[in-house]
Design a protein around this ligand. Structure first.
Ligand code: ATP
Ligand code: ZN
Ligand code: MG
Length: 353
């Protein structure tokens, strides 16, 4: 626990004053941030956001419409502009997949795992008879349970690498898009949707040779910056690095990541002097192609890139910037919530263009 508290401080970069971080800005929206500091209270009063536990929130109504309106646009972009295949994956991800991907050594601090009871009658007997008397139900569960070989996914792109493992691309480049629940055991944030334990991620994952993957990321960056501008949002695109568990190897990698611009973040202001990343655009070289045995159309090891958006965080930034009263919103934002009526349950549904 002591360690996890230290890690929260070391690793969570937004506890550092933002001026201390050297950032290279690639793009800046022409819109100025307006800002509504009391937005969480307004969302809670309107009963469209409710706290369900640490880092866990229920969202609905207009908040859900903004979240899934954003998702619909991102999904449309992936399918129509990048010919992406759209998949729904199971929530659980194989532990072996996360190990192969290197997630476990790079980010142990975030990982949440799935367990179940030892499968024998004695366990069930001992467990059920102890439930009422157990002072610490968590400990009681732990004593009777074991890991099942699956984890809660920290991002949704890992499903895609596993799905395509051992395959060869039949085209110069391909894209896959998916949306799912993601889980990270993060520093505690109360009364804010900036940093959650469970959130919803839309990702677009690109596979191809080096040049086409880099080009796809460039096109995706440009399309998303256009969308941010269209919606009247203030924001900027920056060179970033991942919040790795710090050890010597990784410390070097952070430098490599920044110098080679492997990660860009779309940062949206949420209050004066403070922004959050609503999305990231990452290139991985041939790391995942190699680990998962994916080859490009010429038989070389495929390169990959992934672009991920935290939908709760993205929607929260929209409300922080434009307030909770849709009457005062820019037209494009009004259109985002009025053009479909499914609210939080809405599944995107688009044809390939
Ligand atoms: P941050 O630097 O803010 O921790 P990250 O680099 O960990 O973000 P990525 O791994 O790039 O984030 O994930 C893609 C996107 O998922 C982020 O840009 C953000 O919008 C969203 N996201 C990441 N962590 C959280 C979280 N704990 N709660 C809500 N959204 C999140
Ligand atoms: Zn990803
Ligand atoms: Mg993070």
């Amino acid at each position: 626990d002591e360690l996890s508290r230290k890690l929260d401080v070391i690793i969570t970069k937004d506890v550092l004053p933002q001026e201390q971080l050297e950032t290279e800005i690639i793009w800046k929206s022409p819109h100025a941030a307006q800002g509504d500091d009391g937005v969480f209270a307004k969302l809670a009063d309107a009963d469209i956001v409710a706290e369900m536990g640490e880092g866990l929130y229920a969202v609905g109504g207009l908040f859900g419409k903004v979240m899934f309106g954003l998702d619909r646009r991102l999904h449309e972009l992936a399918v129509q502009e990048f010919d992406a295949d759209s998949f729904h994956y199971p929530t659980l991800i194989s532990t072996e997949t996360l190990r192969r991907a290197g997630y476990m050594s790079a980010f142990p601090q975030f990982l949440m795992t799935a367990s179940r009871f030892h499968s024998d009658v004695d366990t069930y007997d001992s467990f059920t008879s102890g439930i009422a008397a157990s002072e610490d139900i968590g400990k009681h569960i732990e004593e009777h349970s074991e890991h099942i070989g699956y984890c809660l996914p920290p991002a949704v792109c890992y499903h895609v690498y596993e799905h395509l493992s051992g395959s060869s691309l039949d085209k110069k480049s391909i894209a896959v898009t998916t949306r799912g629940k993601t889980f990270r055991f993060e520093a505690r944030y109360r009364r804010s949707l900036e940093r959650l334990w469970e959130f919803t991620m839309r990702e677009v994952v690109f596979f191809g040779d080096r040049n086409s993957v880099v080009e796809q990321r460039r096109r995706m960056v440009s399309a998303v910056c256009d969308l941010v501008e269209e919606l009247g949002l203030a924001g900027r695109l920056e060179v970033a690095n991942d919040p790795f568990f710090l050890n010597e190897q990784v410390a070097d990698y952070v430098q490599v990541q920044r110098v080679m611009e492997l990660k860009y973040e779309l940062c949206l202001p949420v209050k004066a002097g403070r922004s959050v990343a609503a999305g990231s655009f990452n290139v991985h070289g041939d790391r995942f192609g190699s680990v998962f045995g994916i080859s490009d159309a010429d038989g070389g090891t495929a390169h990959t890139a992934c672009v991920g958006f935290g939908l709760e965080r993205f929607a929260y930034a929209v409300f922080c910037q434009h307030g909770a009263d849709p009457g005062a919103w820019p037209d494009a934002l009004k259109a985002l919530v009025s053009s479909h009526g499914n609210g939080a349950a809405g599944e995107p549904d688009v044809e390939k263009g």
